[in-house]
Design a protein around this ligand. Sequence first.
Ligand SMILES: *[C@@H]1O[C@H](CO)[C@@H](O)[C@H](O)[C@H]1NC(C)=O
Ligand SMILES: *[C@@H]1O[C@H](CO)[C@@H](O)[C@H](O)[C@H]1NC(C)=O
Ligand SMILES: *[C@@H]1O[C@H](CO)[C@@H](O)[C@H](O)[C@H]1NC(C)=O
Ligand SMILES: *[C@@H]1O[C@H](CO)[C@@H](O)[C@H](O)[C@H]1NC(C)=O
Ligand SMILES: *[C@@H]1O[C@H](CO)[C@@H](O)[C@H](O)[C@H]1NC(C)=O
Length: 492
Amino acid sequence: MAFPFLRSVCALLLFALLCHSAAAQHEPHDQGCVHMPIVHSTNVGYFSSRRGVQLQLANRSDVAYYAQLSLGTPPQPVYVQLDTGSFELWVNPDCNAVSGADAAFCERAGQYDASRSSTVNPLGTTRTLRYGIGSANITYVTDTITLAGSTTALEAVQFGVATSSEDAFSGILGIGYGKGIATRYSNFVDQLSEQNATRVKAYTIALGSKDAQEGVIVFGGIDRSKFAGTLARLPIIPAESSPDLVPRFWIDMQSISITPPGGRARVYDGSTMPVFLDSGSTMTLLPPNLTNTIASDFGVQNVDPDGFIRIDCAFATMNGTLDFAFDGLTVKVPYKELIREVPSNPPACFLGITPSERFALLGDTFMRSAYIVFDLESDSVWMTQAANCGSTPAALNNVRDLSAVVGACGSTNSAVTGTSGTVIPGTGTQNGAAQSRPISATGGAASTSGTATSAQDRSQRTASRASSSRLEPRGIVWSLVAVMALRILSRV
Ligand SMILES: *[C@@H]1O[C@H](CO)[C@@H](O)[C@H](O)[C@H]1NC(C)=O
Ligand SMILES: *[C@@H]1O[C@H](CO)[C@@H](O)[C@H](O)[C@H]1NC(C)=O
Ligand SMILES: *[C@@H]1O[C@H](CO)[C@@H](O)[C@H](O)[C@H]1NC(C)=O
Ligand SMILES: *[C@@H]1O[C@H](CO)[C@@H](O)[C@H](O)[C@H]1NC(C)=O
Ligand SMILES: *[C@@H]1O[C@H](CO)[C@@H](O)[C@H](O)[C@H]1NC(C)=O
Protein backbone atom coordinates (compact mmCIF):
# COMPACT_ATOMS: atom_id res chain seq x y z
CA MET A 1 0.00 0.00 0.00
CA ALA A 2 1.37 3.38 -0.73
CA PHE A 3 1.78 5.11 2.58
CA PRO A 4 4.47 7.67 1.99
CA PHE A 5 3.96 9.45 5.25
CA LEU A 6 4.54 13.12 5.67
CA ARG A 7 3.23 13.99 2.34
CA SER A 8 5.86 16.40 1.35
CA VAL A 9 7.61 13.41 0.29
CA CYS A 10 10.20 12.14 -1.61
CA ALA A 11 13.21 10.34 -2.13
CA LEU A 12 15.13 9.39 -5.06
CA LEU A 13 16.40 6.11 -5.64
CA LEU A 14 18.60 4.81 -8.07
CA PHE A 15 19.21 1.39 -8.90
CA ALA A 16 21.35 -0.63 -11.03
CA LEU A 17 21.23 -4.02 -12.52
CA LEU A 18 23.49 -6.46 -10.79
CA CYS A 19 22.96 -9.58 -12.78
CA HIS A 20 21.07 -10.42 -15.83
CA SER A 21 20.21 -13.38 -17.83
CA ALA A 22 21.17 -12.71 -21.37
CA ALA A 23 24.63 -14.15 -21.05
CA ALA A 24 23.39 -17.17 -19.19
CA GLN A 25 20.82 -17.96 -21.82
CA HIS A 26 23.34 -18.01 -24.56
CA GLU A 27 26.05 -19.66 -22.56
CA PRO A 28 24.71 -22.24 -20.18
CA HIS A 29 28.07 -22.63 -18.49
CA ASP A 30 28.54 -19.00 -17.78
CA GLN A 31 29.56 -18.75 -14.15
CA GLY A 32 28.95 -15.14 -13.42
CA CYS A 33 26.29 -12.61 -13.20
CA VAL A 34 26.59 -9.43 -15.14
CA HIS A 35 27.47 -6.81 -12.59
CA MET A 36 26.79 -3.19 -13.04
CA PRO A 37 28.02 -0.48 -10.76
CA ILE A 38 25.79 0.24 -7.84
CA VAL A 39 25.51 3.92 -7.92
CA HIS A 40 24.63 6.02 -4.96
CA SER A 41 22.33 8.88 -5.73
CA THR A 42 24.91 11.36 -4.56
CA ASN A 43 27.16 10.23 -7.37
CA VAL A 44 26.76 13.19 -9.62
CA GLY A 45 29.06 11.65 -12.18
CA TYR A 46 26.53 9.01 -13.02
CA PHE A 47 23.38 10.96 -12.59
CA SER A 48 24.30 14.45 -13.50
CA SER A 49 21.08 14.95 -15.39
CA ARG A 50 19.22 14.18 -12.19
CA ARG A 51 21.39 16.20 -9.94
CA GLY A 52 18.71 18.79 -9.63
CA VAL A 53 16.34 16.20 -8.28
CA GLN A 54 18.76 15.07 -5.66
CA LEU A 55 19.54 18.54 -4.53
CA GLN A 56 15.94 19.38 -4.42
CA LEU A 57 15.15 16.30 -2.46
CA ALA A 58 17.94 16.89 -0.04
CA ASN A 59 15.77 18.85 2.32
CA ARG A 60 12.56 16.95 1.89
CA SER A 61 11.01 15.19 4.80
CA ASP A 62 9.94 11.80 3.69
CA VAL A 63 11.40 8.49 2.74
CA ALA A 64 10.35 6.01 0.13
CA TYR A 65 12.00 3.45 -2.10
CA TYR A 66 11.87 3.64 -5.85
CA ALA A 67 12.84 1.49 -8.78
CA GLN A 68 13.41 2.58 -12.33
CA LEU A 69 11.66 0.78 -15.13
CA SER A 70 11.99 1.42 -18.82
CA LEU A 71 8.66 1.35 -20.58
CA GLY A 72 7.95 0.95 -24.27
CA THR A 73 10.04 0.94 -27.42
CA PRO A 74 12.33 2.80 -27.47
CA PRO A 75 12.57 2.59 -23.67
CA GLN A 76 11.31 5.51 -21.59
CA PRO A 77 12.75 5.56 -18.06
CA VAL A 78 10.28 6.07 -15.22
CA TYR A 79 10.75 5.86 -11.46
CA VAL A 80 8.07 4.02 -9.53
CA GLN A 81 7.65 3.39 -5.82
CA LEU A 82 8.30 -0.21 -4.77
CA ASP A 83 5.26 -1.42 -2.88
CA THR A 84 4.86 -4.90 -1.41
CA GLY A 85 1.45 -3.85 -0.09
CA SER A 86 -0.28 -3.47 -3.46
CA PHE A 87 -0.61 -5.47 -6.63
CA GLU A 88 -0.53 -3.35 -9.75
CA LEU A 89 1.91 -1.22 -11.68
CA TRP A 90 0.84 2.20 -12.85
CA VAL A 91 2.59 5.35 -14.04
CA ASN A 92 1.92 8.99 -14.92
CA PRO A 93 0.57 10.60 -11.77
CA ASP A 94 -0.97 14.03 -12.25
CA CYS A 95 1.85 16.27 -11.11
CA ASN A 96 -0.45 19.29 -11.12
CA ALA A 97 -2.52 17.65 -8.39
CA VAL A 98 0.30 17.80 -5.86
CA SER A 99 1.93 20.84 -4.33
CA GLY A 100 5.09 22.64 -5.37
CA ALA A 101 8.03 20.52 -4.32
CA ASP A 102 6.12 17.28 -4.73
CA ALA A 103 5.20 18.41 -8.23
CA ALA A 104 8.84 18.99 -9.08
CA PHE A 105 9.75 15.52 -7.85
CA CYS A 106 6.80 14.10 -9.71
CA GLU A 107 7.91 15.59 -12.99
CA ARG A 108 11.45 14.40 -12.60
CA ALA A 109 10.33 10.88 -11.75
CA GLY A 110 9.38 10.64 -15.40
CA GLN A 111 6.28 10.19 -17.49
CA TYR A 112 5.50 7.53 -20.04
CA ASP A 113 4.26 8.71 -23.42
CA ALA A 114 2.36 5.83 -24.99
CA SER A 115 2.18 7.62 -28.32
CA ARG A 116 5.96 7.41 -28.59
CA SER A 117 6.09 3.64 -28.11
CA SER A 118 5.91 1.30 -31.09
CA THR A 119 5.00 -1.67 -28.91
CA VAL A 120 2.10 -0.26 -26.89
CA ASN A 121 -1.28 -1.94 -27.01
CA PRO A 122 -4.07 0.08 -25.39
CA LEU A 123 -6.58 -2.21 -23.71
CA GLY A 124 -9.18 0.49 -23.16
CA THR A 125 -10.21 -0.79 -19.74
CA THR A 126 -10.13 1.54 -16.76
CA ARG A 127 -9.97 1.31 -13.00
CA THR A 128 -9.64 3.45 -9.89
CA LEU A 129 -6.83 2.46 -7.53
CA ARG A 130 -6.95 3.67 -3.93
CA TYR A 131 -4.11 3.60 -1.45
CA GLY A 132 -3.59 4.51 2.18
CA ILE A 133 -2.61 7.88 0.81
CA GLY A 134 -3.42 8.79 -2.76
CA SER A 135 -5.54 7.39 -5.56
CA ALA A 136 -5.48 7.20 -9.32
CA ASN A 137 -7.81 6.60 -12.24
CA ILE A 138 -5.95 4.48 -14.74
CA THR A 139 -6.46 3.05 -18.17
CA TYR A 140 -4.71 -0.18 -18.99
CA VAL A 141 -2.17 -0.80 -21.73
CA THR A 142 0.34 -3.49 -22.43
CA ASP A 143 3.87 -2.66 -23.44
CA THR A 144 7.44 -3.87 -23.21
CA ILE A 145 9.23 -3.34 -19.88
CA THR A 146 12.92 -3.56 -19.17
CA LEU A 147 14.77 -2.97 -15.97
CA ALA A 148 17.39 -0.33 -16.45
CA GLY A 149 20.71 -1.70 -17.59
CA SER A 150 19.29 -5.04 -18.68
CA THR A 151 19.03 -6.32 -22.20
CA THR A 152 16.24 -8.66 -21.18
CA ALA A 153 12.80 -7.29 -21.88
CA LEU A 154 9.41 -8.43 -20.70
CA GLU A 155 6.93 -8.20 -23.52
CA ALA A 156 3.31 -7.17 -23.38
CA VAL A 157 3.17 -6.48 -19.66
CA GLN A 158 -0.12 -4.99 -18.49
CA PHE A 159 0.02 -1.80 -16.46
CA GLY A 160 -2.00 1.32 -15.82
CA VAL A 161 -1.50 4.80 -17.22
CA ALA A 162 -3.12 7.38 -14.99
CA THR A 163 -5.69 9.72 -16.48
CA SER A 164 -6.01 11.53 -13.17
CA SER A 165 -4.64 11.09 -9.66
CA GLU A 166 -4.66 12.64 -6.22
CA ASP A 167 -1.88 12.78 -3.65
CA ALA A 168 0.46 10.78 -5.82
CA PHE A 169 3.84 12.06 -6.92
CA SER A 170 5.13 8.92 -8.56
CA GLY A 171 3.73 5.80 -10.09
CA ILE A 172 3.67 2.63 -8.03
CA LEU A 173 5.13 -0.80 -8.68
CA GLY A 174 2.86 -3.10 -6.69
CA ILE A 175 4.70 -6.38 -6.15
CA GLY A 176 2.08 -8.21 -4.10
CA TYR A 177 0.18 -11.25 -5.33
CA GLY A 178 -1.02 -11.17 -8.92
CA LYS A 179 -3.10 -13.24 -11.27
CA GLY A 180 -5.82 -15.37 -9.80
CA ILE A 181 -5.25 -13.97 -6.31
CA ALA A 182 -5.26 -10.18 -6.30
CA THR A 183 -5.50 -9.34 -10.00
CA ARG A 184 -7.27 -10.77 -13.03
CA TYR A 185 -4.19 -10.43 -15.16
CA SER A 186 -0.52 -11.31 -14.78
CA ASN A 187 1.15 -8.52 -12.86
CA PHE A 188 4.81 -7.55 -13.04
CA VAL A 189 5.98 -10.30 -10.68
CA ASP A 190 3.90 -12.90 -12.55
CA GLN A 191 5.38 -11.78 -15.85
CA LEU A 192 8.94 -12.13 -14.57
CA SER A 193 8.36 -15.81 -13.98
CA GLU A 194 5.98 -16.45 -16.88
CA GLN A 195 8.47 -15.01 -19.34
CA ASN A 196 11.24 -17.01 -17.67
CA ALA A 197 13.15 -13.99 -16.51
CA THR A 198 13.11 -15.64 -13.09
CA ARG A 199 12.92 -19.35 -12.26
CA VAL A 200 10.90 -18.82 -9.11
CA LYS A 201 8.11 -16.46 -8.24
CA ALA A 202 9.92 -14.97 -5.30
CA TYR A 203 12.00 -11.91 -4.61
CA THR A 204 14.06 -10.60 -1.76
CA ILE A 205 14.31 -7.16 -0.31
CA ALA A 206 17.14 -5.71 1.73
CA LEU A 207 16.35 -2.04 2.11
CA GLY A 208 19.61 -1.53 3.94
CA SER A 209 20.33 0.45 7.04
CA LYS A 210 20.16 4.22 7.02
CA ASP A 211 23.95 4.33 6.68
CA ALA A 212 24.25 1.60 4.08
CA GLN A 213 23.98 3.80 1.00
CA GLU A 214 21.74 1.45 -0.86
CA GLY A 215 19.24 -1.32 -0.66
CA VAL A 216 18.66 -4.12 -3.06
CA ILE A 217 15.75 -6.11 -4.42
CA VAL A 218 16.54 -9.30 -6.27
CA PHE A 219 13.77 -10.80 -8.34
CA GLY A 220 14.01 -14.57 -8.57
CA GLY A 221 16.97 -14.78 -6.27
CA ILE A 222 18.65 -13.83 -3.07
CA ASP A 223 21.72 -11.95 -1.91
CA ARG A 224 23.61 -13.93 0.72
CA SER A 225 25.74 -10.90 1.53
CA LYS A 226 22.81 -9.22 3.24
CA PHE A 227 22.30 -11.56 6.19
CA ALA A 228 23.89 -14.11 8.51
CA GLY A 229 22.75 -17.60 9.39
CA THR A 230 19.58 -19.18 8.13
CA LEU A 231 16.18 -17.80 7.24
CA ALA A 232 13.07 -18.49 9.31
CA ARG A 233 10.00 -19.47 7.33
CA LEU A 234 6.79 -17.74 8.26
CA PRO A 235 3.57 -18.78 6.54
CA ILE A 236 1.65 -15.98 4.86
CA ILE A 237 -1.83 -15.83 6.37
CA PRO A 238 -4.36 -16.60 3.61
CA ALA A 239 -6.57 -13.67 2.68
CA GLU A 240 -9.71 -15.36 3.98
CA SER A 241 -8.15 -15.64 7.44
CA SER A 242 -6.50 -12.23 7.44
CA PRO A 243 -7.77 -9.14 9.26
CA ASP A 244 -8.77 -7.25 6.10
CA LEU A 245 -9.46 -10.26 3.86
CA VAL A 246 -6.94 -8.90 1.34
CA PRO A 247 -4.14 -11.15 0.05
CA ARG A 248 -1.28 -9.10 1.46
CA PHE A 249 1.87 -10.40 3.10
CA TRP A 250 0.18 -10.97 6.45
CA ILE A 251 2.22 -12.87 9.02
CA ASP A 252 1.74 -13.61 12.71
CA MET A 253 3.75 -11.41 15.04
CA GLN A 254 4.26 -12.94 18.48
CA SER A 255 5.35 -9.86 20.34
CA ILE A 256 7.14 -6.56 20.37
CA SER A 257 9.50 -5.83 23.20
CA ILE A 258 11.90 -3.05 24.00
CA THR A 259 15.49 -3.45 25.10
CA PRO A 260 16.54 -0.06 26.39
CA PRO A 261 20.26 0.66 26.51
CA GLY A 262 21.67 -1.14 29.52
CA GLY A 263 18.18 -2.06 30.66
CA ARG A 264 15.98 -5.10 30.84
CA ALA A 265 13.97 -6.23 27.88
CA ARG A 266 10.24 -5.78 28.35
CA VAL A 267 7.46 -7.31 26.29
CA TYR A 268 4.56 -5.00 25.43
CA ASP A 269 1.11 -6.21 26.34
CA GLY A 270 -1.23 -6.47 23.40
CA SER A 271 1.55 -6.84 20.86
CA THR A 272 0.55 -10.27 19.57
CA MET A 273 -1.23 -9.78 16.27
CA PRO A 274 -1.12 -10.35 12.53
CA VAL A 275 0.83 -7.66 10.68
CA PHE A 276 1.64 -7.22 7.01
CA LEU A 277 4.93 -6.27 5.44
CA ASP A 278 4.61 -3.08 3.42
CA SER A 279 7.57 -1.45 1.72
CA GLY A 280 5.17 1.21 0.43
CA SER A 281 4.69 2.59 3.92
CA THR A 282 7.39 4.81 5.34
CA MET A 283 6.13 4.19 8.85
CA THR A 284 5.13 1.14 10.86
CA LEU A 285 1.45 1.30 11.81
CA LEU A 286 0.25 -0.26 15.08
CA PRO A 287 -2.90 -0.04 17.20
CA PRO A 288 -3.18 3.23 19.16
CA ASN A 289 -2.90 1.72 22.61
CA LEU A 290 0.25 -0.18 21.78
CA THR A 291 1.73 2.82 19.98
CA ASN A 292 0.99 5.04 22.98
CA THR A 293 2.70 2.60 25.30
CA ILE A 294 5.77 2.49 23.10
CA ALA A 295 5.72 6.28 22.77
CA SER A 296 5.71 6.64 26.55
CA ASP A 297 8.97 4.67 26.64
CA PHE A 298 10.38 7.36 24.35
CA GLY A 299 9.24 10.08 26.71
CA VAL A 300 6.03 11.03 24.89
CA GLN A 301 2.89 10.97 27.01
CA ASN A 302 0.41 12.51 24.59
CA VAL A 303 0.48 11.49 20.99
CA ASP A 304 -0.49 14.29 18.62
CA PRO A 305 -3.71 13.81 16.71
CA ASP A 306 -1.71 13.86 13.49
CA GLY A 307 -0.11 10.61 14.62
CA PHE A 308 3.48 11.74 14.31
CA ILE A 309 5.34 11.12 17.51
CA ARG A 310 8.11 13.62 17.96
CA ILE A 311 10.83 12.39 20.27
CA ASP A 312 14.18 13.55 21.57
CA CYS A 313 16.86 13.04 18.91
CA ALA A 314 19.17 11.72 21.64
CA PHE A 315 17.37 8.37 21.29
CA ALA A 316 18.81 7.98 17.82
CA THR A 317 22.32 7.71 19.25
CA MET A 318 21.41 5.16 21.93
CA ASN A 319 22.03 1.43 21.71
CA GLY A 320 18.51 0.29 22.50
CA THR A 321 16.39 -1.87 20.22
CA LEU A 322 12.74 -2.58 19.55
CA ASP A 323 12.47 -6.32 19.11
CA PHE A 324 9.89 -7.90 16.83
CA ALA A 325 9.40 -11.61 17.56
CA PHE A 326 7.97 -14.13 15.15
CA ASP A 327 7.87 -17.91 15.22
CA GLY A 328 11.54 -18.84 15.16
CA LEU A 329 13.17 -15.44 14.92
CA THR A 330 13.46 -12.01 16.41
CA VAL A 331 14.33 -8.95 14.36
CA LYS A 332 15.97 -6.32 16.52
CA VAL A 333 15.44 -2.83 15.20
CA PRO A 334 18.02 -0.40 16.58
CA TYR A 335 16.60 2.89 17.78
CA LYS A 336 18.55 4.62 15.03
CA GLU A 337 16.80 2.62 12.31
CA LEU A 338 13.42 3.02 13.93
CA ILE A 339 13.65 6.77 14.31
CA ARG A 340 13.14 9.18 11.46
CA GLU A 341 15.61 11.99 11.67
CA VAL A 342 14.65 15.10 9.76
CA PRO A 343 17.61 17.44 9.35
CA SER A 344 15.79 20.64 10.00
CA ASN A 345 17.40 23.26 12.20
CA PRO A 346 17.23 22.15 14.93
CA PRO A 347 16.88 18.52 13.79
CA ALA A 348 13.52 16.89 14.41
CA CYS A 349 13.11 13.23 15.24
CA PHE A 350 10.03 11.04 15.03
CA LEU A 351 9.28 7.57 16.25
CA GLY A 352 8.92 5.37 13.17
CA ILE A 353 5.59 4.10 14.45
CA THR A 354 2.23 5.74 13.91
CA PRO A 355 -1.08 4.80 15.54
CA SER A 356 -3.71 3.27 13.28
CA GLU A 357 -7.09 1.77 14.04
CA ARG A 358 -7.22 0.43 10.54
CA PHE A 359 -3.95 -1.30 9.77
CA ALA A 360 -1.24 -3.18 11.60
CA LEU A 361 1.70 -3.12 9.25
CA LEU A 362 5.46 -3.19 9.35
CA GLY A 363 6.75 -0.49 7.03
CA ASP A 364 10.17 0.79 6.08
CA THR A 365 11.10 1.65 9.66
CA PHE A 366 10.96 -2.09 10.40
CA MET A 367 12.01 -3.48 7.03
CA ARG A 368 15.39 -1.70 7.03
CA SER A 369 16.50 -4.05 9.81
CA ALA A 370 15.24 -7.26 8.21
CA TYR A 371 16.25 -9.40 5.26
CA ILE A 372 13.05 -10.66 3.70
CA VAL A 373 12.24 -13.15 0.98
CA PHE A 374 8.72 -12.88 -0.39
CA ASP A 375 8.00 -16.37 -1.64
CA LEU A 376 4.80 -16.29 -3.67
CA GLU A 377 5.14 -19.95 -4.63
CA SER A 378 4.97 -21.53 -1.20
CA ASP A 379 3.12 -18.56 0.31
CA SER A 380 5.82 -17.87 2.83
CA VAL A 381 7.94 -15.04 4.03
CA TRP A 382 11.51 -16.05 4.82
CA MET A 383 13.12 -13.59 7.17
CA THR A 384 16.09 -12.84 9.36
CA GLN A 385 18.02 -9.92 10.76
CA ALA A 386 19.62 -7.82 8.03
CA ALA A 387 23.38 -7.53 7.77
CA ASN A 388 25.64 -6.20 5.06
CA CYS A 389 28.90 -7.77 3.94
CA GLY A 390 28.93 -7.07 0.23
CA SER A 391 26.81 -7.88 -2.78
CA THR A 392 26.35 -11.38 -4.22
CA PRO A 393 22.97 -11.66 -5.88
CA ALA A 394 22.26 -15.14 -7.19
CA ALA A 395 19.35 -16.91 -8.81
CA LEU A 396 17.21 -19.46 -7.02
CA ASN A 397 16.21 -22.61 -8.84
CA ASN A 398 13.55 -23.62 -6.38
CA VAL A 399 12.02 -21.95 -3.35
CA ARG A 400 12.59 -25.15 -1.36
CA ASP A 401 16.27 -24.31 -1.45
CA LEU A 402 15.59 -21.35 0.82
CA SER A 403 15.57 -23.60 3.87
CA ALA A 404 19.20 -24.50 3.21
CA VAL A 405 20.47 -21.06 2.35
CA VAL A 406 22.97 -19.55 4.77
CA GLY A 407 23.91 -15.91 4.80
CA ALA A 408 27.51 -14.97 4.10
CA CYS A 409 27.88 -12.39 6.85
CA GLY A 410 28.96 -14.69 9.67
CA SER A 411 26.63 -16.40 12.02
CA THR A 412 27.27 -15.08 15.50
CA ASN A 413 24.28 -12.80 15.63
CA SER A 414 21.79 -14.93 13.82
CA ALA A 415 18.27 -13.87 14.62
CA VAL A 416 16.90 -17.27 13.75
CA THR A 417 16.62 -19.71 16.59
CA GLY A 418 16.06 -23.44 16.69
CA THR A 419 13.01 -24.81 15.00
CA SER A 420 11.83 -26.34 18.26
CA GLY A 421 9.87 -23.61 19.85
CA THR A 422 9.31 -19.97 19.76
CA VAL A 423 11.44 -17.14 20.88
CA ILE A 424 10.25 -14.43 23.11
CA PRO A 425 12.72 -11.79 23.99
CA GLY A 426 13.53 -10.61 27.41
CA THR A 427 11.30 -12.13 29.99
CA GLY A 428 13.68 -10.86 32.53
CA THR A 429 16.22 -13.49 33.28
CA GLN A 430 19.30 -11.76 32.17
CA ASN A 431 21.84 -9.22 33.06
CA GLY A 432 23.31 -6.32 31.15
CA ALA A 433 25.19 -7.52 28.13
CA ALA A 434 23.08 -10.53 27.41
CA GLN A 435 19.87 -8.62 27.22
CA SER A 436 20.13 -7.71 23.64
CA ARG A 437 19.86 -11.33 22.61
CA PRO A 438 16.76 -13.42 22.31
CA ILE A 439 16.26 -16.15 24.81
CA SER A 440 14.34 -19.32 24.39
CA ALA A 441 10.92 -19.17 25.93
CA THR A 442 10.55 -22.91 25.93
CA GLY A 443 13.89 -23.32 27.61
CA GLY A 444 13.03 -20.71 30.19
CA ALA A 445 16.41 -19.25 30.92
CA ALA A 446 18.24 -20.75 27.98
CA SER A 447 21.54 -19.01 27.85
CA THR A 448 22.25 -16.47 25.23
CA SER A 449 25.43 -18.14 24.18
CA GLY A 450 23.65 -21.45 23.85
CA THR A 451 21.15 -19.98 21.46
CA ALA A 452 23.81 -18.37 19.37
CA THR A 453 25.90 -21.48 19.27
CA SER A 454 23.17 -23.75 18.05
CA ALA A 455 22.31 -21.31 15.32
CA GLN A 456 25.95 -21.18 14.41
CA ASP A 457 26.16 -24.96 14.29
CA ARG A 458 23.19 -25.19 12.03
CA SER A 459 24.71 -22.59 9.81
CA GLN A 460 27.92 -24.53 9.49
CA ARG A 461 26.09 -27.71 8.65
CA THR A 462 24.02 -26.21 5.91
CA ALA A 463 26.63 -23.94 4.43
CA SER A 464 28.30 -26.45 2.19
CA ARG A 465 25.07 -27.82 0.83
CA ALA A 466 23.86 -24.40 -0.04
CA SER A 467 26.96 -23.34 -1.81
CA SER A 468 27.70 -26.57 -3.63
CA SER A 469 24.56 -27.18 -5.55
CA ARG A 470 21.51 -25.29 -4.44
CA LEU A 471 22.47 -21.88 -5.52
CA GLU A 472 23.86 -21.20 -8.90
CA PRO A 473 25.50 -17.89 -9.46
CA ARG A 474 24.54 -17.96 -13.09
CA GLY A 475 20.97 -17.49 -14.07
CA ILE A 476 18.43 -14.86 -14.28
CA VAL A 477 18.45 -12.38 -11.54
CA TRP A 478 17.25 -8.89 -11.82
CA SER A 479 18.03 -6.50 -9.13
CA LEU A 480 17.48 -2.95 -8.25
CA VAL A 481 19.10 -0.74 -5.76
CA ALA A 482 16.99 1.78 -4.00
CA VAL A 483 18.54 4.70 -2.26
CA MET A 484 16.82 6.57 0.47
CA ALA A 485 16.67 10.29 0.42
CA LEU A 486 17.15 10.24 4.13
CA ARG A 487 20.67 9.00 3.64
CA ILE A 488 21.39 12.03 1.61
CA LEU A 489 19.58 14.17 4.10
CA SER A 490 21.45 12.81 7.02
CA ARG A 491 24.68 14.19 5.63
CA VAL A 492 23.40 17.71 5.67
C1 LIG B 1 14.46 23.33 0.48
O1 LIG B 1 15.52 24.19 0.20
C2 LIG B 1 15.15 25.18 -0.71
C3 LIG B 1 16.40 25.95 -1.09
O2 LIG B 1 17.25 26.06 -0.01
C4 LIG B 1 14.08 26.08 -0.08
O3 LIG B 1 13.71 27.08 -0.97
C5 LIG B 1 12.89 25.20 0.24
O4 LIG B 1 11.91 25.95 0.90
C6 LIG B 1 13.28 24.04 1.12
N1 LIG B 1 12.16 23.16 1.23
C7 LIG B 1 11.81 22.61 2.38
C8 LIG B 1 10.65 21.70 2.34
O5 LIG B 1 12.44 22.78 3.41
C1 LIG C 1 -11.51 9.48 -10.97
O1 LIG C 1 -12.53 9.80 -11.87
C2 LIG C 1 -13.74 10.20 -11.25
C3 LIG C 1 -14.81 10.36 -12.31
O2 LIG C 1 -14.33 11.13 -13.35
C4 LIG C 1 -13.50 11.47 -10.47
O3 LIG C 1 -14.67 11.89 -9.81
C5 LIG C 1 -12.42 11.21 -9.44
O4 LIG C 1 -12.09 12.40 -8.77
C6 LIG C 1 -11.17 10.65 -10.10
N1 LIG C 1 -10.24 10.24 -9.07
C7 LIG C 1 -8.97 10.58 -9.10
C8 LIG C 1 -8.13 10.02 -8.04
O5 LIG C 1 -8.50 11.32 -9.93
C1 LIG D 1 9.27 -20.56 -20.16
O1 LIG D 1 9.77 -21.85 -19.89
C2 LIG D 1 8.79 -22.85 -19.98
C3 LIG D 1 9.41 -24.16 -19.51
O2 LIG D 1 10.67 -24.34 -20.06
C4 LIG D 1 8.28 -22.95 -21.42
O3 LIG D 1 7.29 -23.92 -21.52
C5 LIG D 1 7.70 -21.59 -21.78
O4 LIG D 1 7.30 -21.59 -23.13
C6 LIG D 1 8.70 -20.49 -21.55
N1 LIG D 1 8.03 -19.22 -21.75
C7 LIG D 1 8.58 -18.23 -22.45
C8 LIG D 1 7.75 -17.00 -22.59
O5 LIG D 1 9.69 -18.31 -22.94
C1 LIG E 1 -7.01 1.08 25.04
O1 LIG E 1 -6.74 1.72 26.27
C2 LIG E 1 -7.93 2.22 26.91
C3 LIG E 1 -7.50 3.04 28.10
O2 LIG E 1 -6.44 2.46 28.75
C4 LIG E 1 -8.82 1.04 27.26
O3 LIG E 1 -9.98 1.50 27.89
C5 LIG E 1 -9.17 0.30 25.98
O4 LIG E 1 -9.94 -0.86 26.29
C6 LIG E 1 -7.93 -0.11 25.23
N1 LIG E 1 -8.32 -0.64 23.94
C7 LIG E 1 -7.84 -1.77 23.48
C8 LIG E 1 -8.33 -2.16 22.12
O5 LIG E 1 -7.07 -2.46 24.09
C1 LIG F 1 26.86 1.31 21.72
O1 LIG F 1 27.54 0.08 21.58
C2 LIG F 1 28.78 0.19 20.93
C3 LIG F 1 29.34 -1.19 20.72
O2 LIG F 1 28.88 -2.07 21.69
C4 LIG F 1 29.71 1.07 21.75
O3 LIG F 1 30.95 1.20 21.11
C5 LIG F 1 29.07 2.42 21.91
O4 LIG F 1 29.86 3.23 22.73
C6 LIG F 1 27.68 2.30 22.49
N1 LIG F 1 27.06 3.60 22.43
C7 LIG F 1 26.41 4.12 23.45
C8 LIG F 1 25.83 5.47 23.25
O5 LIG F 1 26.28 3.51 24.51
